[in-house]
Design a protein around this ligand. Structure first.
Ligand SMILES: N[C@@H](CCC(=O)N[C@@H](CS)C(=O)NCC(=O)O)C(=O)O
Length: 264
């Protein structure tokens, strides 16, 4: 399964946001694919997802973040879940980096993109955590890209996903001393789709069992894990790694045996 196409800036100083502790996973050293891979900022500019419904109403983000030159028509949007590998909106620039004071958790239910009403999938949100650090991608939108991106994300994230907007401080991996204000979509415990904490084995089981209009919940998990591996050893996410480990342990139980396959 192809992961996020990334080329981490060569010679980039490792981000200063390192988890306080993380389990050493024998196989979790980043698998660096052979040869350079285009950096998110050089990816072709995305168009709106073909399967996303027509935008319904103009978005009202919690804050506009004018550029240093005061231009209100410029905005950074921080993605830390499906947005790291499927932004599906036009942007002018992108940076790999992290936000401090938050941890990523698979605690939001999803009954559209990766689940259904009967079998809600699990997608990520940000949990306020003083020592937390969450890696992702910040996308810069400018000019008419701003309203188009916000209108699209309002439907994808807010209307269909239950997310709200929040201002965060983003630290680019290659310039952590030059942080940026960014808009993030966060699912709070007050939204109806919020599922909250569960054992990582239970979350893995739910992910293995669910699919929605954007695809299987397992794809969502593995593409995010792919992105995190490419961010390098300084980017660790114990919660994500534990769920991937649990999926790996359970997958044989979900795979048809040769005998079962012979019956099809
Ligand atoms: N807001 C987070 C999570 C976004 C997310 O995963 N949202 C879901 C909505 S429930 C989504 O867009 N899913 C699209 C997909 O699964 O392909 C991010 O910045 O990436």
């Amino acid at each position: 399964m192809g992961g996020a196409q990334l080329e981490l800036p060569s010679g980039a100083r490792p981000g200063v946001c390192v988890r306080r502790s993380f389990r050493a996973h024998a196989g979790d050293q980043p698998r660096r694919p052979p040869g350079p891979i285009p950096v998110p900022g050089t990816m072709k500019q995305e168009s709106a997802a073909p399967n996303s419904p027509p935008p319904s109403q103009s978005p009202t983000p919690s804050a506009q973040f004018p550029r240093k030159d005061g231009d209100p028509q410029a905005l950074w949007i921080f993605g830390y879940g499906s947005l790291v590998w499927r932004p599906d909106f036009a942007y002018s620039d992108s940076r790999v980096g992290f936000v401090r004071g938050y941890s990523r958790r698979f605690w939001q239910g999803d009954t559209f993109h990766r689940g259904s009403d009967k079998m809600p999938g699990r997608v990520v949100t940000l949990l306020e955590d003083h020592d937390g650090c969450t890696w992702g991608v910040a996308y810069q939108v400018q000019g008419e890209q701003v309203s188009k991106a916000l209108k699209y994300l309002n439907v994808r994230e807010a209307v269909l996903g239950g997310y709200d907007t929040k201002e965060v401080t983003f630290y680019p991996q290659d310039a952590p001393d030059q942080p940026l204000k960014a808009l993030a979509y966060v699912a709070t415990p007050q939204n109806p789709g919020y599922l909250g904490p569960a054992p990582e084995e239970a979350i893995a089981t739910q992910i293995l069992a669910c699919r929605g209009f954007s695809g299987h919940n397992l794809e969502y998990l593995l593409r995010l894990a792919d992105f995190m591996q490419l961010c390098g050893p300084q980017a660790q996410d114990e919660h994500l790694a534990a769920i991937v480990d649990a999926v790996g342990t359970m997958l044989p139980c979900f795979c048809p045996t040769e005998q079962a396959l012979a019956l099809v």
